[in-house]
Design a protein around this ligand. Structure first.
Ligand code: C2O
Length: 538
C-alpha cells in the first residue's frame, strides 16, 4: 500500500515526504501481517438468502471516508481516565439500563453516514466479514476478520471504540458495556437478557428467534435437546471443552491469517483455522439468537447483519471476558496468546468517539486493563471450569467397530475426498503412548473440511461412541467439540478444524490405544467434505 491512506498522507510518512526523500518504509512489498485496507476501494458486500426463495442481497457496508487524518492509536492519546467495569447484563439495575438505552437511542439518532452512528457501527462488522474490502498488499483476496487468530483482537478493538462512542454520547466516562453471561448456568445468565427485550427500547431488535425468549435456556451447542438440567449439563460441557481443554493459542484463539490468506481459496495445508471459542459457543449463540424465519437468520445469525442487534455487543463482551478468563483465570496458570509478529503487528481501522479513523495494532489489544476496562469475577464460571465430564462408555470401541465394518480413515491425501453426509464414523490412528513434550497437546485434526456456506451447519465430534447421531447428548466425556459454520451464501470455506482430544481419551481410559473411533455428526443440510482425519501431538 502506498503512503496515501484514503487520500491522506499517513503522519509517519509525512516526514519523508517533506524531506523530499523518495523513501518508502514498507510499501509495495507484501507485508506479512494483515494491514489496514484502502477504504476508498470498497465493493458491495454480498449475501444470499438462506431459507425461503433464493435471493442475492447486495449490501452497501462501505464505510465513511474520514474528513481528517488517520490517527495512530497510542495509549497516551486514548488515556483511560477512569476504569470501566463491564457488568453482567442480567444483574444491572434500572439506572444502568436507562443510561444504556439512552446511549443507544443517541447512537441510533445520528445520521447514517456519521462514523459514530449505529448504522455505521453495524457496517463496520459487515464490511470486514462479507468482503467489502481487499487485503492491503494482496488485492486478489478479501479481508476477513473471522475464522482465524484475528477474531478475538479485532472484536476487542471493535467493542473498545463502540463503548467509547456510547460513553461520549451520554457524557459519562464511566459508561460501560454489559456482557451477556450466557455461560452462567446457575445465576440467571443463560437466557436472552431481559434488558434487551422491551419492544419500545433502543436495545430491542425484532429479528430474533421468538422461540428463544425467556424462559428458554440458551443452547451452547446447536440443536441439543433434553430437560433443563440436561441442557445445562450440555452447556457446561460445551464451555469445559471450548475453554478449558483447548489450552494453547492456536486451539483456542485460532490459527495464522496473514496477507494472502484466502478463506475461499485455500488448500488443505494453507487453510485458516478458527479457534474453539469462535467456532464453538460463540457461533452457537449467533445461531440461537437470530430469527430462524428470516431469509438470512437475521440479525444475529449471519455476520452481515449481526451487529444491527444491540445484543451483539453484549454477546461479544462476554466472548472478550472469556478471552481474559482463558488467559489468566483457569487452572494451570496463565496461558499464552500468540507471540508471532504476524499476529502482533496486524492492523485494523476503527472510528473513535470524535468520528476520527484510528489505526490500531493487535499487540495493543492483548491487555484489557491497559485499555481501561475489566470484568468482575463471575462465581458461576466455576461450574464449567470444574464440570469434569464422566464417560458413558468404558473400554475401546475399536474392536466392535472394526467387526461391524467401520472404515479406517487416515490423513490427507490418501483418502481422496470424503463426503460426510449426515455423519461419518471412522477408526483413526492415535499416537497412544509415544512420548511428547509437556507443551504438546493431543489434537484431532479434521483436514480440509470444505463447505459452501449456504445454510447454518454444525459438525459435532465424538470419540469412542460409534452410535453417535444428531440426538446424542453432548454432556459426556465422549463429546469433543463442535465446529459451527455461520452462513454466508455462495461463499466456500476450507478449514482445518483442530480440537484437543487428550482429555477425553484420558477420562474414558483409552489414552494408550493406538486407534480410536471418531464420529463426526452433521446437523444441518449442507454438503460437507473432508480430506482426512488425524490425531497427533502438536
Ligand atoms: Cu464478528 Cu460474533 O462475530
Amino acid at each position: 500500500m502506498g503512503p496515501y491512506i484514503n487520500g491522506f498522507l499517513e503522519p509517519s510518512r509525512f516526514i519523508f515526504f517533506v524531506l523530499g526523500a523518495v523513501y518508502w518504509c514498507t510499501p509495495f512489498a507484501t507485508p506479512s501481517p494483515i494491514g489496514v485496507p484502502n477504504l476508498r476501494e470498497c465493493q458491495l458486500a454480498t449475501d444470499r438468502s438462506v431459507v425461503g426463495p433464493l435471493t442475492t442481497v447486495q449490501l452497501n457496508c462501505c464505510l465513511p471516508i474520514p474528513r481528517s487524518n488517520v490517527v495512530d492509536f497510542t495509549f497516551g492519546k486514548y488515556k483511560a481516565t477512569t476504569k470501566r467495569l463491564r457488568m453482567p447484563a442480567h444483574k444491572v439495575g434500572s439506572n444502568y439500563i436507562a443510561k444504556y438505552r439512552r446511549a443507544y437511542e443517541l447512537m441510533r439518532s445520528l445520521p447514517q453516514d456519521d462514523p459514530r452512528s449505529f448504522a455505521t457501527q453495524a457496517n463496520v462488522h459487515c464490511a470486514f466479514c462479507n468482503g467489502a474490502y481487499k487485503q492491503a498488499g494482496d488485492d486478489s483476496v478479501l479481508l476477513q476478520v473471522h475464522f482465524s487468530w484475528l477474531f478475538l483482537a479485532w472484536h476487542r478493538w471493535y467493542l473498545y471504540f463502540h463503548e467509547r462512542i456510547l460513553a461520549s454520547l451520554v457524557g459519562d466516562p464511566t459508561f460501560s458495556l454489559v456482557f451477556w453471561n450466557w455461560d452462567d448456568q446457575r445465576d440467571g445468565g443463560n437466557f436472552m437478557p431481559a434488558m434487551f427485550l422491551p419492544t419500545d427500547s433502543s436495545l430491542y431488535d425484532a429479528k430474533r428467534n421468538q422461540a428463544n425468549l425467556p424462559p428458554t435456556l440458551v443452547k451452547l451447542v446447536p440443536g441439543i435437546t433434553g430437560n433443563n438440567s440436561e441442557i445445562i449439563n450440555q452447556n457446561l460441557n460445551a464451555m469445559y471443552q471450548d475453554m478449558v481443554t483447548n489450552d494453547n493459542a492456536e486451539l483456542f484463539m485460532g490459527g495464522t491469517y496473514v496477507t494472502g490468506t484466502d478463506l475461499s481459496n485455500s488448500t488443505v495445508l494453507s487453510a485458516p483455522l478458527g479457534g474453539s471459542i469462535e467456532n464453538g459457543v460463540h457461533n452457537a449463540i449467533h445461531f440461537w439468537t437470530g430469527d430462524i424465519t428470516q431469509p438470512l437468520i437475521q440479525d444475529m445469525g449471519t455476520f452481515t447483519t449481526a451487529a444491527r442487534d444491540p445484543i451483539f455487543y453484549a454477546h461479544h463482551s462476554n466472548v472478550d471476558r472469556l478471552w481474559d478468563k482463558w488467559r489468566y483465570g483457569l487452572p494451570g496458570g496463565p496461558r499464552d496468546d500468540h507471540s508471532d509478529p504476524d499476529f502482533l503487528n496486524a492492523e485494523f481501522y476503527f472510528y473513535d468517539e470524535n468520528g476520527s479513523l484510528v489505526k490500531v495494532k493487535v499487540s495493543d489489544a492483548l491487555d484489557s486493563s491497559k485499555l481501561g476496562y475489566g470484568y468482575p469475577e463471575v462465581a458461576a464460571d466455576e461450574l464449567w471450569i470444574n464440570y469434569s465430564p464422566a464417560p458413558v462408555t468404558s473400554g475401546s470401541a475399536v474392536p466392535a467397530a472394526r467387526a461391524s465394518g467401520v472404515p479406517v480413515v487416515g490423513a490427507a491425501p490418501q483418502n481422496g475426498t470424503i463426503s460426510l453426509g449426515s455423519g461419518l464414523t471412522a477408526i483413526v490412528a492415535a499416537p497412544g503412548n509415544t512420548s511428547r513434550s509437556t507443551k504438546q497437546r493431543e489434537v484431532v485434526v479434521i483436514q480440509g473440511l470444505k463447505v459452501t456456506r449456504d445454510s447454518f451447519v454444525s459438525v459435532l465430534v465424538f470419540v469412542n461412541l460409534p452410535s453417535s447421531n444428531s440426538s446424542t447428548a453432548t454432556s459426556s466425556a465422549e463429546y469433543v467439540g463442535t465446529y459451527n459454520i455461520i452462513p454466508a451464501p455462495g461463499k466456500t470455506l476450507t478449514a482445518n478444524v483442530k480440537l484437543e482430544i487428550g482429555d477425553n481419551l484420558q477420562r474414558i481410559g483409552i489414552q494408550s490405544e493406538a486407534e480410536v473411533v471418531l464420529s463426526l455428526v452433521v446437523k444441518g443440510n449442507q454438503p460437507i467434505t473432508i480430506q482426512g482425519l488425524l490425531i497427533r501431538y502438536e
